[in-house]
Design a protein around this ligand. Structure first.
Ligand SMILES: NC(=O)c1ccc[n+]([C@@H]2O[C@H](COP(=O)([O-])OP(=O)(O)OC[C@H]3O[C@@H](n4cnc5c(N)ncnc54)[C@H](OP(=O)(O)O)[C@@H]3O)[C@@H](O)[C@H]2O)c1
Length: 238
């Protein structure tokens, strides 16, 4: 199985690529021309490095890259340039990826989107307190990447939906991200159990591990496809 990974050079994206390689998978990573990546990827026969800026790629270019891919994952994020361009980095990437899949890829391509527990899945009745609703409104206005993440997830929910012939998707919702060296136990919930004022923690390596397992494992995929699992560190084993 081959997976195209966007945001592969990022703090979570690197873990996702490492986990996929550890699971014996083939990966194609799209990284910006000047971005550093681990040397081991250059020497790995199962890793293909595509040097390009996703915001400047055409549908045809992406369609060409994904014609042998069965899965696509995005760990894109705005990093420290939250007020910089492109404002809709994640949303535009998801849209163009879906257009490329429609154009060229085989059937049943898995798309796994790293998002945020701050996003509420409107397919479910995910209630938030009045105070949190006010805060989310302020964040939406003042932190453009949050709105970008929300719109990207909404595009999959509304425009691709549950019955697309070619695309199946999972939106992974982590809360506060931390850095750990090893995969630990984590748990998955259908909806957030934490709040903006009392967030849960999840390590980036655990997020990468779960995203890789979704891509590789058919049973796990069937369980979560078309859903938006919230992932957090937890004592119980999933
Ligand atoms: N921080 C948190 O606690 C938290 C919590 C929940 C969800 N999230 C979300 O999780 C996602 C990933 O987080 P992270 O901390 O792993 O991200 P990160 O380390 O900042 O990585 C971001 C990735 O996006 C790429 N990127 C940034 N701007 C780009 C552009 N203009 N064109 C192409 N690629 C670009 C970066 O490439 P370069 O290496 O070339 O810069 C990098 O690979 C984000 O969407 C974030 O909003 C974060």
């Amino acid at each position: 199985m081959t997976t195209l990974v966007l945001g592969a050079s990022g703090a979570t994206g690197k873990h996702l690529v490492e986990q996929l390689l550890l699971m014996g998978q083939h990966v194609k990573v799209v990284v910006r021309p000047l971005t550093n990546i681990p040397n081991a990827w250059n020497d790995n026969d199962r890793a293909t490095i595509i040097r390009a800026n996703i915001s400047e790629m055409t549908v045809d270019e992406i369609a060409n890259h994904i014609k042998d891919c069965q899965a696509i994952a995005s760990c894109l994020g705005h990093g420290s340039t939250i007020y910089g361009k492109p404002r809709k980095l994640v949303t535009d990437a998801v849209k163009i990826l879906c257009s490329a899949v429609e154009k060229n890829a085989s059937e049943n391509v898995k798309i796994v989107l790293m998002n945020t527990a701050g996003f509420r899945n409107k397919d479910l009745n995910e209630r938030i307190s009045f105070g949190q609703r006010i805060m989310m409104g302020i964040i939406r206005t003042l932190v453009p990447p949050h709105l970008d993440n929300e719109e990207a997830a909404e595009f999959l929910r509304l425009n691709i939906g549950q019955k697309n012939a070619k695309i199946q998707w999972v939106v992974v919702r982590p809360d506060n991200l931390t850095n750990e060296e090893n995969v630990t136990e984590y748990s998955l919930c259908v909806s957030p159990t934490s709040t903006l004022f009392n967030p849960s923690k999840i390590s980036r390596i655990n997020v990468g591990h779960f995203m890789a397992r979704l891509i590789v494992g058919n049973d796990l995929w069937k369980e979560w496809k078309g859903k938006m699992p919230v992932i957090c560190n937890a004592p119980q084993k999933y």
